[in-house]
Write a protein that binds this ligand. Structure first.
Ligand code: BG6
Length: 491
């Protein structure tokens, strides 16, 4: 088993430090890394927010949250003692000039230490916070800023944020996080494609029939309604997570793992995405909004009841995307995501072309195309389905069978919190797993055009019952091409 290497001493300042992301994801991820002793004794974590909280109340809030999110486990008392010692709470409005002394003091003690500023706030204040950091002289040459998604809500707002942040930080100091890039299976895509000679010759038009990327969630919008209602499924999930996965599936083989080499290949894919304009938007996209229904045996409310108002926002989107280059000519990428679908299930399916000439008779069984299923969740892993002879006498019978690798079974050590990996990459100074400015902006251009086409054609979300796989038009989108969505196979 590979050794877990400690990271250099750092100070991590989290703006929005008592918010949902910090409590639910960031602090549990850091706690887990501290358990593995990856941090030096002088590494510190500072939570910044405007809330009035005394140090004890803050520590209690963190501990409760670590317990609630299963980071704190039995026997972790010593780890907690160590972790609590490095935690500090600072009450501060990051957009205002007052109250920065505790942070400045912290830095003067160790001027050359790595400084990570994590902006887990609303993107509208990323620029002003960076400006204050500069004004207060807090950005040293080891300074890094992490920007949570969404980077804006369209191309213009994203450009503005990137411009303002860019006035303070160089591009190689900016880490635009997409937590899907930290997921085990998404990272494994690179190893799968470029660590095996098996797939590369077949990874192209002529051998692959089509690709499907599904990110299904059974949860609704819950307490995030106000944020979500401004975004919708296309901006919330496709602009970032799904397009990033599409890039990793579709990019050309990079010459190395170097950060800008991989990102350079990804941007070529984004630039080759065929625009979807007014003439095609109805044929190539489907949007929906969930109504009340049943999931896992429990009744759940519809989107508008959760939101407590009427809304035109889509909670489901399916798209037929095409990539205009030599490798992917005539190979559609079907993308789909939604809330209140039957399961939490995310998967990339590479469906290979059908056998060119069948020698089998229909009574022997159905000849199904090979598929490579890359599962993100649950049960991260990879399954390759192959046609096999059913053993036994009584004539030849054929059947599709899976070759299955589930990471949690196959590997002794296994992390499923993507933030653990990504936070350590920030401290190590490796931006390869983060989105570069041009990637974010190019992705927005493609998305903006779809939104513009929906508006121009007055396309409205179709209702779908919570617990179903989205509006019926989603199945039709595939059916028209004589294809079907792969629903969760329950591997
Ligand atoms: C976030 C979206 O980026 O990803 C959420 O804003 C979504 O709406 C979440 O629920 C899904 O992440 P995961 O890791 O649970 O699949």
């Amino acid at each position: 088993m590979a050794e877990i290497l400690p990271v250099e001493p750092f100070d991590l300042i989290i703006f929005g430090g008592t918010g949902d992301l910090s409590m639910r994801k960031l602090l549990p991820a850091l706690f887990n890394r501290d358990r593995d002793q990856q941090f030096s004794p002088d590494s510190r974590i500072v939570a910044v927010s405007r809330a009035e909280l005394d140090p004890d109340a803050f520590l209690k809030q963190v501990l409760d949250s670590l317990k609630e999110h299963n980071a704190y486990q039995k026997g972790d008392a010593e780890v907690w003692k160590r972790f609590a010692k490095r935690l500090l709470y600072v009450r501060l409005d990051g957009t205002k000039p007052d109250g920065w002394e505790p942070i400045a003091d912290l830095f003067t003690q160790q001027a050359e230490k790595i400084r990570v500023f994590y902006l887990a706030t609303s993107p509208g204040i990323y620029g002003p916070i960076c400006q204050m950091l500069a004004q207060k002289g807090l950005v040293n040459r080891h300074g890094r800023v992490v920007l949570e998604k969404p980077i804006g809500h369209d191309l213009v707002s994203a450009e503005q944020i990137n411009l303002e942040v860019g006035r303070v930080f160089q591009e190689d100091q900016v880490y635009r996080i997409d937590h899907y890039l930290g997921k085990e299976s998404v990272q494994n895509l690179i190893t799968l494609r470029f660590g095996n000679s098996l797939f590369e010759p077949l990874w192209r038009s002529g051998y692959i029939d089509h690709v499907q990327i599904t990110v299904a969630e059974s949860i609704g919008v819950g307490s995030r309604g106000d944020y979500y209602d401004k975004m919708g499924a296309l901006r919330d999930m496709v602009q970032n997570h799904i397009l990033q996965m599409l890039c990793l599936v579709a990019m050309e083989p990079p010459i190395s793992l170097d950060q800008d080499i991989i990102r350079g290949e990804k941007i070529k894919v984004l630039r080759a995405l065929r625009p979807i304009g007014v003439d095609e938007v109805k044929a190539k996209t489907v949007i929906g909004q969930y109504t009340e229904g049943v999931i896992g045996g429990s009744a759940v409310p519809g989107y508008e009841s959760e939101l407590k108002r009427k809304s035109p926002t889509e909670t489901f989107v399916a798209i037929k995307a095409e990539i205009d280059n030599w490798r992917w000519a005539n190979v559609p990428f079907y993308l789909r995501t939604g809330k209140r679908l039957p399961d939490r299930y995310s998967e990339i399916v590479i469906q290979f072309s059908p056998v060119k000439h069948s020698i089998f008779k229909p009574h022997m069984g159905e000849l199904l195309p090979n598929t490579l299923n890359i599962r993100l969740q649950p049960n991260d892993g990879v399954t390759l389905s192959m046609m096999t002879k059913e053993p036994g006498p009584g004539g030849l019978r054929i059947r599709s069978m899976p070759l299955n690798l589930t990471f949690a079974d196959a590997f002794e050590r296994y992390y499923n919190n993507a933030y653990e990996r990504l936070l350590m990459e920030v401290v190590r100074g490796n931006p390869a797993l983060f989105m570069r400015r041009d990637e974010v902006e190019t992705a927005w251009s493609w998305i903006d055009q779809i939104i513009g086409a929906w508006q121009a054609t007055n396309t409205k979300p179709q209702p779908y019952m919570a617990g179903s796989w989205g509006p019926s038009r989603s199945a039709l989108l595939m059916d028209r091409d004589h294809r079907a969505w792969h629903e969760s196979q329950g591997w």
